[in-house]
Design a protein around this ligand. Structure first.
Ligand code: ADP
Ligand code: MG
Length: 464
């Protein structure tokens, strides 16, 4: 085969490969290959260094063979050869073996895009995230991902309760990556927006654009992924987006209010993918961290607030950082309006509602399920399983009863949390309530669990 034929064979194969691969993968790994010569059944392909050679051999050889077979109708052996280096003109520019590949043309030419396309909150950066024991692991993971996107942990899955800093930490990674890699395309989206855009795209028949938008990014940040719960079509779509990005070595970061395995109605294949990389929890801040956050925010606001005020807030507002901030802002606004220092009594009056709410802070359904599972030493998954042995059925009924008794959640919400019907929850509540009247052991168990959840036995109410 002469040279012209080699190039046309290779060009046709490239068209195939372009369709099969992510644009970045194609331009980084395939567009740089030059066809060199043919000897019998072997096609020699030139690459710039042995790093490319080993990478291509490990990752893309079967795809290249498939493409060649498709366009020529026969099987080819592929041999990579390293192009000779032009020492005079390119000596410095040649990447040494094992170094990351050079930037693609796309990376060099495209302007920074993230500023227009994503509304990252400028305040949510690494430097404004206060680190303490309850969030230090998640913070370390976030730093590792921003240092080496798609290499350290992919995907990164951050979960934790409301107002504990998930969005802040996720966006901080976005800022960090965008500062270090100016050409990277970063996309931040809440899962709810993603769903709305998907529905819109289905209606307008613009699903290809939708896919392009999310599959051609370097860093995809999806906030509140638990929103996928029970929504089958978007799960299917997201599954493919996830795979496309993951295969192209793009970083995916997700936040959720609970671990993936506890998101009801989330397909198993997504659960397992979400757990492929690193799963990390943001826990409720302890007293020291709460105080450190308040001190930090106060410095940021350039106001001096008495330490006793900060300590009082840190002691009394425990549930989440958003509330902590809210309490500080109230205190500070009061001081600036009245132009007076704030006494402890005035502060108590000012924060009365917040403190009351804190005291009655809703326990989450999943916290109840966890506490009951731990008490009876059964698996959390048994809470929503269909198995019926008594050793599992009774704890499950206890958990349903406690959900009804200790929270304001509706029967349908409780039913969903246990993957059961509304009628099953009513039956469970009745059964436990009646049995507690005659069975002291059960009554004590239920009371113990509520105490562990921070509720007194008096909080247990008639449920049905
Ligand atoms: P979530 O997404 O978990 O509901 P957010 O990320 O929206 O929580 O955080 C709520 C508020 O608390 C934000 O204003 C955020 O800046 C602040 N915040 C949370 N954690 C921290 C932290 N460790 N340091 C400083 N501010 C924090
Ligand atoms: Mg959030």
């Amino acid at each position: 085969m002469d040279t012209v034929n080699i190039s046309s064979l290779w060009n046709q194969a490239c068209e195939h490969l372009q369709d099969a691969l992510h644009i970045d993968v194609y331009s980084r790994w395939i567009a740089v290959i030059t066809p060199v010569r043919v000897e019998k059944e072997t096609l020699f392909l030139g690459v710039d260094n042995d790093f490319y050679q080993s990478w291509l051999e490990e990752h893309y050889l079967p795809l290249i063979c498939d493409a060649l077979r498709a366009v020529s109708g026969k099987d080819w052996n592929i041999a990579f050869t390293v192009n000779p280096v032009d020492l005079f003109t390119h000596a410095e520019a040649q990447p040494s073996p094992k170094q990351p590949p050079p930037k693609t043309l796309r990376e060099r030419l495209l302007p920074r895009r993230q500023d227009q396309r994503l509304p990252l909150n400028p305040k949510y950066t690494m430097s404004t995230f206060v680190v303490g024991p309850p969030n230090s692991f998640a913070h370390a993971a976030a730093l590792a991902v921003s240092e080496a996107p798609a290499k350290a942990y992919n995907p990164l899955f951050i979960y934790g309760g409301t107002g504990l800093g998930k969005t802040h930490l996720m966006q901080a990674i976005g800022h960090s990556v965008s500062e270090k890699n100016r050409s990277h395309t970063i996309c931040y989206v809440t899962c709810e927006t993603l769903l709305n855009e998907y529905i819109d795209a289905l209606q307008k028949r613009s699903i290809t654009d939708f896919r392009k938008r999310y599959r051609n990014v370097d860093l995809l940040l999806i906030d509140d992924i638990h929103f996928l719960s029970g929504k089958e079509r978007i799960q299917e779509e997201f599954f493919h987006t996830f795979n496309a990005l993951f295969d192209a070595h793009k970083q995916i970061i997700m936040t959720s209010d609970r671990p993936a395995s506890e998101i009801n109605g989330l397909e198993q294949r997504l659960v397992s993918r979400f757990e492929w990389g690193l799963v990390t929890e943001l826990e409720k801040p302890d007293f020291e961290t709460r105080l450190a956050i308040l001190r930090f925010k106060q410095r940021e606001m350039e106001l001096s607030v008495d330490e006793t005020v900060l300590t009082f807030i840190a002691e009394n507002v425990r549930s989440n950082v958003r509330r902590l901030e809210g309490a500080l802002v109230r205190a500070v606004s009061f001081m600036s309006l009245t132009q007076q220092p704030l006494t402890l009594d005035a502060l108590k009056r000012l924060l009365r509602d917040t403190i009351e709410e804190e005291q009655q802070a809703e326990i989450s359904l999943s916290a109840i399920q966890k506490a009951v599972a731990a008490h009876y030493d059964i698996r959390l998954a048994d809470m929503s399983s269909t198995s019926r042995p008594r050793s599992i059925a009774v704890p499950r009924q206890v958990a349903m009863y406690l959900c009804r008794s200790l929270t304001q959640s509706s029967l349908p919400d409780i039913a969903t949390a246990f993957d059961k019907t509304h009628a099953t929850v009513i039956h469970a509540c009745r059964t436990i309530q009646n049995r507690m009247d005659v069975d002291q052991t059960l009554r004590r168990q239920v009371q113990d669990i509520s105490t562990k959840l921070g509720k007194s036995a008096h909080s247990l109410q008639q449920t049905i």
